[in-house]
Ligand binder design. Structure first.
Ligand code: X2X
Length: 333
């Protein structure tokens, strides 16, 4: 029998939102850490997946969710999932790219025009190529990528209307070489910070700007510390649901099947949640005081092209990955 002493802050999401209490300890306990608040669709759907797994395994398997950076920031959770300290993690493609460089391929600036292109590519050959690369570092990536969204820029200073306004802008970006390179190519002054540090970095003006999809700006209340939002759609970003390779292979086949089924279905449902949220989130953020403006995407693309961004990243990602991306979105460079 286990005796578990927990502080409220470290309590897994399940106990906070009233999962039926299983009196007997589960035979297999799998920890899942992520960087997002409980109210984000990723956590709501992950919780559903955990409940389905408990039910379909008759309580043999319990997935314990640790949301909102309870286990540390992205970099910490990435090493925990590698060394088996946790079984599951959902890094953004930008973040897992610190380990698997080609994983950032979906985040090439202004590549995807819309979600039809995104899901066709990520459920198809481009996604398969990235999953293969992830497997090489002894992690298992579930088939269905989860949605983060199209990233938008917010600032506490002058509104960003075209690439001109990027010059010298102190902007927080995720811990990701691609983000740094892209914002440098735009003449900005990017700083990599883990998501856990973003709110306070904006509040204390360590940085003036950040970029994230609107649902993140909403659930993390970034509108409280930012003035305006430029609808730039500059990157499409998603989360890979990954497992420690050894822990995954160590699960009996019937359990693997149940867990993968629940997680992939939850991922597809989560995409639908974000799609629905996208219909209302801008109006909600506006009502909370965030001003919105359109941007001139051509000025950004031209600047990236001039700076040699596409050429450099085509080389870094390699011919194979780049042509899979271009098959999905058209010629880029
Ligand atoms: O850190 C971010 O900006 C976030 C939440 O979008 C990611 O996980 C990359």
């Amino acid at each position: 029998r286990r005796t578990v002493l927990r502080t409220l802050a470290a309590a897994p999401a399940a106990s906070l939102i009233g999962m039926p209490h299983i009196a007997r300890a589960a035979e297999i306990e799998l920890k899942y850490g992520n960087n997002l608040p409980l109210s984000h669709p990723l956590n709501i759907r992950a919780q559903e997946a955990a409940e389905r797994v408990a039910k379909e395994t008759n309580g043999r398997v319990e997935i314990k969710i640790f949301p909102n950076n309870q286990l540390g920031g992205d970099t910490d959770m990435l090493s925990q999932v590698r060394n088996g300290g946790i079984t599951f993690f959902t890094p953004s493609a930008l973040v897992i790219a610190t380990l698997v460089p080609v994983a950032a391929i979906n985040a090439v600036g202004f590549a995807f025009a819309d979600y039809d292109q995104v899901w066709k590519a990520m459920d198809g050959k481009l996604g398969a190529h990235v999953r293969e690369a992830i497997s090489k570092v002894n992690l298992y990536a579930f088939e269905k990528m989860w949605d983060n969204g199209f990233r938008q820029m917010t600032t506490s200073g002058k509104a960003i209307e075209s690439a001109k306004e990027m010059a010298g802008l102190k902007i927080r970006v995720p811990v990701s070489p691609l983000s740094i390179a892209m914002f440098k190519a735009l003449d900005a002054a990017p700083a990599s910070l883990q998501f856990s540090e973003v709110y306070s970095a904006l509040q204390t003006k360590v940085v003036d700007a950040q970029e994230n999809p609107l649902p993140i700006i909403q659930v993390a209340k970034l509108y409280e510390v930012q003035k305006s939002c430029a609808v730039s759609n500059h990157i499409w970003d998603g989360f890979w649901f990954i497992a420690n390779g050894r822990a995954w292979r160590g699960l009996p086949a019937d359990i693997q099947k149940i867990v993968a089924g629940a997680i992939n279905d939850a991922g597809v449902a989560q995409r639908g949640d974000i799609k629905k949220l996208n219909e209302t989130v801008q109006a909600d953020l506006q009502s909370k005081g965030l001003a919105f403006n359109k941007t001139d995407p051509d000025s950004f693309r031209a600047k990236l092209r001039e700076a040699g961004f596409y050429k450099e990243w085509q080389e870094r990602f390699g011919k194979d990955a780049w042509s899979l991306l271009e098959d999905a979105v058209g010629k880029l460079a």
